[in-house]
Design a protein around this ligand. Structure first.
Ligand code: COA
Length: 387
């Protein structure tokens, strides 16, 4: 029996910032952002979109196409938690009307959180093949106005349904993990924005990729040439590009071309959405599936990285007929519905979203009909509503 991804849903808020305009406002050469960092746009959440509402919206992209009664595990990876105690997944569970028998919790290890959830969910379904699990990654990447990390912000969520005999990608049990207690990126309890040593973080990311990819190949006897695609956690697309350059080093021209083309396909959405922390690797997967040239049984390698730091490499095989489980037109429409905001509007919305809204004041969302949003707090309890 094979276990893996049967559905994949994506959501990003309805506003974006153009990177050329941001570069001009910051006095930088736009090519630094567009080429040097590899970002064209970044999605922006106002105060009505948070990890919970985005996670609900991502899951609703496929919820009506599957038997939700088989779901008895819901895991949420996020580093934009809405409460120090209660799991964000409980709000999601209510909105999705999942049964009270569902086991649900939140995982934190920086951008690795969704992968941790994926591993738990796959093992769970291997033991309980009649059941299925939802795993969500949902984040607001915030470094602060005028910081060097500003260009690598973003907002969005990816949700996957894990089940036996999946329709999109089977996930192998082999994996290579590597961890180290370091300080390359973190968000202290008293800070709404992340602190980062970007250069150090890049070094560690690349080091962990080399280690886990080599270890995975050693364990499984697979070669670089066996992969149709290698995809990466993309805090900004240049980071994955650097890892891919290491992966294809000394390979034949045909392999280099194949892995470069598939990398480019995997980075299409991240280039426009920006960093979505936990969900970023899975946005790369969706982008590859919808913009690449994959065939049944193709092997896809996935590199997950969470600062602090935790890395893991694993692989999956593409399932015949996988395109029947995707909707690229709808995902493109989701991106295209976003309204561009000026840098001044972005700065205003960014600062407003950092503040805790006043208790008992209802927030109004400008999202389209059907989407969920954060409607403010009532007696310090978070309220979520559907438009
Ligand atoms: N045209 C083309 N490329 C240009 C350029 C121009 N005019 N100006 C600069 N560049 C290139 C640089 O050469 C560099 O490329 P390289 O990385 O291949 O060397 C790149 O643009 C970035 O320039 P740099 O001067 O290093 O930028 P920076 O000091 O502003 O830092 C980051 C960039 C990415 C390190 C910073 O945005 C950051 O810390 N982001 C957060 C990282 C992160 O998310 N880490 C944790 C999660 S894994």
């Amino acid at each position: 029996m094979q276990v893996g991804i049967d559905r994949i849903g994506f959501y990003t808020p309805n506003k974006y910032v153009d990177m050329t305009e941001l570069a001009q406002a910051r006095g930088d050469d736009p090519n630094k952002y567009l080429i040097g960092i590899g970002q064209s746009q970044m999605s922006l959440a106002d105060q009505t979109q948070d990890a919970v509402s985005m996670g609900i919206n991502a899951t609703l992209r496929y919820a009506n196409q599957v038997d939700m009664k088989t779901v008895d595990l819901l895991i949420m990876g996020t580093e934009s938690g809405v409460d120090q105690s209660k799991s964000a997944s409980l709000f999601v569970k209510s909105a999705l009307k999942l049964s009270p028998e569902v086991r649900t919790f939140e995982i934190k290890e920086a951008c690795f959180g969704m992968t941790a959830g994926m591993m738990i969910a796959c093992d769970y379904v291997r033991l309980h093949p009649q059941r299925s699990a939802i795993v969500i990654g949902s984040d607001l990447a915030r470094y602060g106005l005028g910081t060097s990390g500003e260009v690598t912000q973003g907002a969005g969520s990816v949700s996957v349904l894990i089940k036996a005999n999946p329709g999109i990608l089977t996930i192998g049990a082999d994996h290579s993990a590597y961890s180290s207690d370091i300080n390359d990126f973190w968000r202290p309890n008293d800070s709404p924005v992340a602190l980062v040593d970007g250069k150090y973080s890049t070094e560690v990311y690349l080091d962990f990729f080399k280690r886990t990819f080599a270890d995975y190949q050693g364990q499984t006897q697979k070669q670089t040439s066996d992969f149709a695609a290698l995809i990466y956690h993309l805090p900004f697309t240049k980071m994955g590009y650097k890892a891919n350059r290491l992966a294809v080093d000394q390979q034949d021209t045909a392999i280099v071309q194949r892995l470069e083309q598939s990398f480019t396909a995997s980075a299409v959405y991240s280039r426009e959405v920006g960093n979505i922390y936990t969900a970023s690797l899975y946005l790369s997967l969706l982008s590859l599936l919808e913009n690449g040239q994959l065939k049944a049984d193709n092997l896809v390698g996935l590199f997950s990285y969470g600062s602090g730091a935790m890395g893991e490499f694993y692989a999956g095989q593409v399932v015949a007929g996988y395109t029947d489980h995707l909707n690229p037109e709808k995902d493109l429409a989701l991106l295209q519905r976003r309204q561009k905001v000026s840098v001044a509007e972005y700065e205003h919305l960014f600062n407003e979203a950092l503040r805790q809204p006043e208790d008992n004041v209802e927030l109004v969302s400008d999202e389209e009909e059907g989407y969920w949003y954060f409607a403010g707090c009532k007696d310090h309890v978070r309220q979520y509503k559907q438009k």
